[in-house]
Write a protein that binds this ligand. Structure first.
Ligand code: HEM
Ligand code: HEM
Length: 198
C-alpha cells in the first residue's frame, strides 16, 4: 500500500531552483554546441549569452545551496532501495559540484584569455574578471588559460553523463517503477488524496 509519506515532495523554493537551473544549464549546453560553427556578430552574441547564463547559474546555485542548508528535505520514498538512495545522493553531490565548478572554470577562461573581451551580463551589467588570476604574468596566465579550458571541457562531459543518468533514473521511476519519485519535483504528477486509499 502507498502511504501519504511516499509522496512527500520538495518545497516550492527547491522546485523553483531545480527547474530554472536545469533549464539554464541545458540552454547553455545548446548554445555552447554552436561555438564550433557560428561566426561574425552572432559569435559574439552567443558567447555573451553563454557567459550571462553561466554566471546566472553560478549565482542561483549559491542561493540554492544556502536554501538547501536551512530547509528540510523530503524523506526518500519507501519504494527506493538502498543502492538507489546512495546513487541518488552521489548524483546530487555531483550536480552541486558541477553547478559551481563549471561556471567557475568558464569564468577562469575569460579571466585569463588574452582576447580581453569584457563580460557584459545580458548586455547590461559589466561582470569583472576573477581578481588575481587576471593580473598574473603572461606565461602563468597562458598556463592558467589552458588548464581552465581543459577543466571546462572535462566538467561539461561529466555534466552530460550526470544529466543522462539522472533523467534516465527519473523516467525509470516514473514509467517502470511507477513510484512517484518524479512527483517530488513535479507535484502536479502526484496522485490526489483519493488515490492514496488501498
Ligand atoms: C551553466 C554553466 C555552463 C555550462 C553548462 C557550460 C558549458 C559549456 C560547454 C558544453 C562548452 C563547450 C565545450 C566543448 O567544446 O567541449 C563551453 C565552452 C565555453 N564556455 Fe561554458 N559553460 C557554462 C558556464 C560558462 C561561464 C560562466 C563562462 C564564462 C563566464 C563560460 C565560458 C565558456 C567559454 C569561453 C567556452 C569556449 C572554450 C573553448 O573551447 O575555447 N562558460 N561551455
Ligand atoms: C541539468 C539538469 C539537472 C540538474 C542540474 C538537476 C539537479 C538535481 C538535484 C541537485 C537534485 C536534488 C534535489 C535538490 O537539491 O534540488 C535533483 C532532484 C531531482 N531531479 Fe533533477 N536535475 C536536472 C534535470 C532534471 C530533469 C530533466 C528531470 C526529469 C526528467 C529531473 C528530475 C529530478 C527528480 C525527480 C528529482 C528528485 C529526486 C529525489 O526524489 O530525491 N531533473 N535534480
Amino acid at each position: 500500500m502507498q502511504t501519504k509519506g511516499d509522496f512527500a515532495r520538495f518545497n516550492y523554493v527547491a522546485i523553483f531552483f531545480h527547474w530554472i537551473v536545469a533549464a539554464l544549464i541545458l540552454a547553455n549546453i545548446l548554445i555552447a554546441w554552436q561555438f564550433s560553427w557560428v561566426q561574425g556578430p552572432m559569435r559574439l552574441l552567443a558567447f555573451q549569452a553563454h557567459k550571462s547564463i553561466g554566471i546566472t547559474v553560478l549565482l542561483l546555485s549559491v542561493l540554492r545551496i544556502l536554501w538547501r542548508a536551512v530547509s528540510t528535505l523530503p524523506p526518500f520514498p519507501e519504494t527506493m532501495r538502498s543502492w538507489e538512495k546512495e546513487a541518488s545522493k552521489i548524483v546530487e553531490k555531483g550536480f552541486y559540484f558541477i553547478m559551481l565548478a563549471l561556471p567557475l572554470s568558464g569564468w577562469a577562461i575569460v579571466s585569463t584569455s588574452d582576447l580581453g573581451v569584457p563580460t557584459i551580463l545580458y548586455g547590461v551589467v559589466h561582470w569583472p574578471d576573477i581578481p588575481v588570476i587576471s593580473t598574473l604574468p603572461i606565461d602563468w596566465k597562458l598556463r592558467a588559460y589552458g588548464t581552465s579550458v581543459d577543466a571546462h571541457h572535462l566538467l561539461a562531459k561529466i555534466t552530460y553523463a550526470l544529466v543522462a543518468f539522472h533523467v534516465l533514473a527519473a523516467l525509470r521511476h516514473q514509467f517502470i517503477k511507477r513510484d512517484y519519485v518524479l512527483a517530488r519535483m513535479i507535484p502536479s504528477l502526484a496522485p490526489r488524496p483519493v488515490d492514496l486509499r488501498e
